[in-house]
Design a protein around this ligand. Structure first.
Ligand code: NAD
Length: 284
């Protein structure tokens, strides 16, 4: 999409971090912005601060893991702004530090509910609307470099981010040749409060299990990486360019290329082995 001015955007996880930066960038480009978030207080503050800049902005509280809540938020956005063009399925939680076999089932449920189902709910709630209004649009799904190359000790998070990449690739193929673009945002470390995701732990899962020493150490390392990470406004600028250019993959951290190359190298080596295996004589 080349001209965003006057159009409307819906951003989940819009009360802080990358989501708020996206909302600010869209508003600066003259868009009407709906910020959606599970945290009512920070959401109200974010909407107030943006409104003071003269932006047309509203907020809606919404748990993206709840399909009905996302549908209600979509209806409210359409009621407020009319046709909606840019959808950022961005809300996410950092969850799941530890070895796979020790991760509590509730951590899996939470990660999958917010990071993956939240994106699916956003697409389901808005894509039919964008197709119907016919003015074109763009869907931005926030994944991560964790959806491109997996490290240890963070499996629920990584699994959901691979899912978001896959979903976005499928959507882009399904929408090819239409006026609806798709981008999947894959940042490395960004200076946000994602290391404090536990603030939104759902009470329906009961008390959160105490972290192991290993998980606490890992969390401290992650916090340090985040604090020295990229600024959110830089990420948002990159996303705006991707919407303009209709880029599917949106990378921000060029220094992470070796991790991708290593993954692809190992996959292709395994493929070569399969080809060599096929050429071998059958076993007697
Ligand atoms: N910060 C990073 O280094 C980094 C790197 C790669 C990807 N990401 C991704 O960026 C996205 C935004 O995260 P962030 O880093 O800005 O963190 P953040 O914690 O600052 O922002 C996340 C926002 O999502 C909201 N949220 C959490 N659960 C929700 C739910 N169930 N429903 C609605 N809103 C909910 C939070 O209240 C918060 O405002 C996430 O998907 C995250 O996985 C972050």
């Amino acid at each position: 999409m080349r001209d965003l001015a006057g159009k409307a955007a819906f951003v989940t996880g819009g009360a802080s971090g990358i989501g708020l930066a996206l909302g600010c960038a869209f508003a600066r480009d003259g868009m009407k912005v709906m910020l959606a978030d599970i945290e009512a207080g920070p959401l109200e503050q974010a909407v107030g601060a943006l409104a003071e800049t003269g932006a047309t902005v509203k907020g809606v509280t919404c748990d993206v893991s709840d399909r009905a809540a996302v549908e209600r938020a979509a209806a409210e956005t359409i009621r407020a702004f009319g046709p909606v063009h840019v959808i950022c399925n961005n809300a996410g939680v950092g969850v799941g530090g530890g070895p796979v076999e020790e991760i509590p089932p509730a951590d899996w449920d939470w990660a999958i509910g917010v990071n993956l189902m939240g994106v699916i709910h956003g697409v389901a709630a808005f894509l039919p609307h964008i197709k119907t209004h016919g003015e074109g649009g763009h869907i931005v799904n926030t994944a991560s470099m964790a959806g491109m190359a997996t490290g240890p000790m963070m499996s629920p998070y990584n699994v959901t981010k691979y899912g978001v990449v896959s979903l976005s690739e499928a959507l882009a193929a399904e929408l090819q040749g239409t006026a609806i673009g798709v981008s999947v945002l894959c940042p490395g470390w960004v200076d946000t409060r994602i290391d404090e995701s536990g603030r939104n732990w759902p009470t329906r899962f009961g008390p959160r299990r105490a972290q192991t020493t290993l998980a606490r150490e890992r969390q401290a390392q992650i916090a340090a990486m985040l604090r020295s990470g990229m600024r959110t406004d830089e990420v948002a600028e990159r996303v705006l360019r991707a919407i303009h250019d209709n880029d599917l993959y949106v990378f921000t951290h060029v220094e992470m290329r070796p991790a991708l190359e290593e993954r692809f190298r190992r996959i292709l080596t395994a493929y070569d082995k399969a080809a060599a295996f096929k050429r071998q004589e059958p076993r007697p």
